[in-house]
Design a protein. Structure first.
Ligand code: ADP
Ligand code: MG
Length: 222
């Protein structure tokens, strides 16, 4: 049961959007729990908007007991996604302590990259107690048909934390789908957003060394 946390104390970088999409993509091949660790409860709000089952469960637990409760919460699930809190505090520490992988979404602006220093400083506290923790940057909202600027790449490189090969581009599809309690995987399953989310999901699974099971849908057909 790998646990993946989307963390960045900066609001609006895409933690909730990416948590929901990663959870939705993973739920094609296993049982997924999304833990909303943000006191604002945006993922829970999203879930409440829905008319149908999301294919994964969403619960709220914005308390610094995530690491203590994770074994119980996650039991019976193949994957747990933690949608992280704003601010770097005990809650963020608890989320890191509970996780196998920390993904730090950043928008492609040097200011956003520099602002990630706070969360990275906390992640570094875990290097000794959690030597197997995987930490990666994820570029979110890259403008379609643009490359990552050298300036951003340099700023990211200064942190010694690898950047995921998969990038998520700025696409209205993400915001549009979320407003109606959906994901881009549902609104346009073969569209560019769905394709990049599945690529991200495959990369994350590869890093964690957990093969994605054959899609439930395919299994049902075959
Ligand atoms: N890749 C993207 N393309 C377009 N809009 C995005 C993208 N990622 C996030 N957004 C939008 O940015 C806003 C903030 O995203 P959100 O996931 O709520 O960030 P956070 O959880 O870090 O505060 C939302 O309105 C969301 O729809
Ligand atoms: Mg959020």
């Amino acid at each position: 049961m790998p646990v993946i946390a989307m963390l960045n104390q900066k609001g609006g970088v895409g933690k909730t959007t990416l948590s929901l999409h990663l959870a939705a993509a993973l739920s094609a091949s296993g049982k997924v729990l999304l833990v909303d660790a943000d006191p604002q409860g945006s993922a829970l709000d999203w879930s409440a908007q829905r008319e149908s089952d999301a294919g994964f469960n969403v619960i709220g637990l914005p308390k610094p007991i995530l690491h203590r409760e994770m074994a119980t919460l996650g039991s019976g699930y193949d994957w747990v996604i933690l949608d992280g809190p704003p601010r770097v505090n005990e809650l963020a520490r608890s989320a890191i302590a509970a996780s196998d992988m920390v993904i730090i979404p950043v928008q492609p602006s040097p200011f956003d990259v520099w602002a990630a220093k706070d969360i990275i400083d906390i992640v570094k506290e875990f290097e000794i107690p959690k030597p197997n923790l995987k930490t990666r940057f994820l570029i979110n909202r890259l403008f379609p048909n643009t490359m990552l600027g050298a300036e951003i790449a340099d700023a990211l490189a200064s942190f010694e934390i690898p950047v995921l090969d998969s990038v998520i581009r700025n696409r209205t599809e993400y915001a549009k789908a979320a407003r109606s309690g959906l994901t881009a995987l549902e609104t346009d399953p073969q569209g560019p957003a769905a394709v990049e989310v599945r690529a991200l999901t495959a990369e994350v699974a590869r890093i964690l060394g957990v093969p994605l099971k054959e899609s439930k849908k395919h299994a049902a057909r075959g």
